[in-house]
Design a protein around this ligand. Structure first.
Ligand code: PEP
Ligand code: MN
Length: 286
């Protein structure tokens, strides 16, 4: 870890709080709960998600519009049409939106519509992409590579920081191992280590770690208990019909129950979960 200059915790830089949109932060005492489908599929789907989650202790929406699929024959995402859907539900619900960027050529377009740009696991060491994301000022959610060490993960964040963007959020999403029962192995040891080593917010994605919906809620609770600054969870109005990652998708009711159940865990570790944007009177709900 010797070469990291900007990501490491110091006395002068004990903790970074990243601002997301006008009302949401991550890295302070408030936790960040993000919910939404793997892929944006339609306006109706995203409106159903937003209108339910806005009433829950959920602070942001997720939804992929450029999808890194293992097979080139699988659904690749709605692209610009999906970004417009995200912007519309953001406008109507007041919830900031997060979506994945896969290429430098997509940055400008995505930054015009989304509040947070996600770098997926497969791109954690796409150094040119990381450098280009260092040139913008929107927050970047950097997911840990499928088989990246903690040091490689920190150095990937260092690429973004060293190119000028201080708004980096780390995300542990499970790493490859020998056991195929779970999709990946959720490395909570890395979460604890990253919280000790770096000043950056660290959140956990139990959905891609587990790959099975019945494991997601308990892993999310464990993540908050061990000091994570939030979770990002996949959910869908009709989980079995999800065009991608159906097996790990929670129903909207399960997502709301999970978010509500995290409140007690948060309190036990001295954190708070803000109520949803639906509690803000200025917002017109979807
Ligand atoms: C996703 O969040 O939809 C995704 C593809 O995640 P990961 O990059 O962690 O596999
Ligand atoms: Mn997914």
């Amino acid at each position: 870890m010797q070469k990291a200059k900007l990501a490491l915790k110091t006395q002068a830089r004990p903790q970074t709080i990243v601002q997301i949109g006008d009302h949401v932060t991550v890295g302070g005492s408030d936790l960040l709960i993000i919910g939404g489908p793997c892929s944006v599929e339609s306006q109706a789907q995203m409106e159903a998600v937003a209108s339910r989650l806005v009433m829950a202790p959920v602070q942001a929406l997720r939804g992929g519009v450029y999808k890194p699929r293992t097979s080139p024959y699988d659904f690749q995402g709605l692209g610009l049409e999906g970004l417009k859907i995200l912007a519309a539900v953001r406008q109507r619900s007041g919830l900031p939106v997060i979506t994945e960027v896969m290429a430098i050529s997509q940055i400008e377009e995505i930054a015009a519509y989304a509040d947070v740009l996600q770098v997926g696991s497969r791109n954690m060491q796409n150094f040119d992409l990381l450098k280009a994301l260092g040139e913008i000022n929107k927050p970047v959610l950097l997911k840990r590579g499928l088989a990246a060490t903690v040091e490689e993960f920190v150095m990937a964040a260092e690429y973004i920081l060293s190119h000028g963007n201080a708004n980096v959020i780390l995300c542990e999403r499970g790493i490859r191992s020998f056991d195929t029962y779970t999709r990946n192995v959720l490395d909570l040891g890395a979460v604890v280590a990253l919280k000790q080593l770096t000043h950056l917010p660290v959140i956990v994605d139990p959905s891609h770690a587990a790959g099975k919906r019945e494991l997601v809620a308990d892993l999310a609770k464990a993540a908050i208990a061990c000091g994570a600054d939030g979770v990002i969870v996949e959910c869908h109005p009709e989980p079995e019909q999800s065009v991608s990652d159906a097996r790990q998708a929670l129903s909207l009711e399960e997502m709301v129950n999970l978010a509500e159940s995290l409140t007690a865990i948060a309190a036990a570790v001295g954190r708070t979960i803000p109520s949803g944007a639906g509690s803000l009177p200025r917002l017109s709900l979807v």
